[in-house]
Design a protein around this ligand. Structure first.
Ligand SMILES: [Ca+2]
Ligand SMILES: [Ca+2]
Length: 277
């Protein structure tokens, strides 16, 4: 009888050892994985650190858009480099930044906004609104799809019309996963020519109005009512920035926003009301 019991005890002891070993292995794998994840993320951050970004010929780094900057030549020197050029359709070309930045000396400051005294004129602008990035950011981008059907939920149109007392048509509809959660948000532009109304509106993946990104209530006249900007991730944090060019009298200003789970990061002014549903 005793002889029969011993192997059973041994077996139990062995099982405990194996279990302990498995736990240790799992812990090692988890810790190693976590460290690797942190390290990779750090690499990503470092990779784009110091990336110079120029939108419509204007630097977007907040430290270079202070109202008190007087030495624009120092900025011109800093920003004169080779750039990767992106439009709403993605990467298009690589260019020396001298031409892109030619308009800098004409930039004026007005309050906290950075307003171009005159639109920088060069061959790139004829292609449309663009982002110039001193680093290659292609690997960080998610596709922006232009939905040619422009179909928008009736309830959304009704809400816009009621809110602004207009009767809008849809000019543009873009689909993009802004926050990398696997579902597309939608950015639409709508207009009412008779009332000079033009709006850019963010819809959730469930066709709910998340935010009026930009609204001009009267006096807007243009040959195109399409989305005027670029949607691109310039800091590699996985969230796509919405760079928008906004009309302001005969000049323009711009806005950068990041959207994640109903929240916004970035510039915020009277046009933006993220709480509007
Ligand atoms: Ca999303
Ligand atoms: Ca980003």
């Amino acid at each position: 009888m005793l002889m029969k019991k011993r192997p059973i005890i041994m077996e139990v002891k062995l099982d405990k050892k194996i279990i302990a070993l498995i736990i240790v292995i799992i812990l090692v794998i988890l810790i190693t994985g976590f460290c690797l994840y942190i390290a990779l993320n750090e690499n990503d951050k470092n990779e784009l650190e110091g990336n110079l970004v120029v939108f419509c010929g204007i630097p977007v780094d907040p430290s270079d858009t202070r109202p008190d900057i007087v030495d624009v030549n120092a900025l011109k020197e800093k920003y004169t480099t080779e750039y990767y050029i992106y439009t709403i359709d993605g990467f298009i070309t690589k260019k020396e930044g001298v031409g892109i930045f030619a308009g800098l000396s004409e930039v004026q400051f007005e309050g906290i906004n950075y307003i171009a005294g005159d639109t920088p004129r060069n061959e790139i602008l004829s292609i449309g609104t663009f982002i110039a990035s001193s680093m290659d950011i292609s690997n960080y981008q998610r596709e922006v799809v232009r939905d040619s059907t422009k179909v928008v939920d009736e309830a959304v149109i009704k809400k816009i019309n009621q809110r602004y007392n207009v009767s809008v048509l849809v000019s543009d509809k873009l689909l993009v996963d802004l926050d990398n959660n696997g579902t597309n948000e939608k950015i639409i532009t709508v207009y009412d020519k008779d009332k000079g109304f033009f709006g850019t509106i963010l819809l959730s993946d469930e066709d709910k109005i998340e935010c009026y990104l930009s609204v001009v209530k009267e006096g807007y006249q243009s040959s195109s009512y399409d989305f005027n900007g670029v949607i691109v991730d310039t800091d590699g944090n996985g969230l796509m920035e919405i760079y928008m060019s906004l009309p302001r009298y005969e000049k323009f200003t711009w806005r950068t926003l990041e959207y994640e789970k109903g929240n916004f990061k970035g510039e915020n002014d009277e046009y933006i009301d993220p709480k509007v549903q």
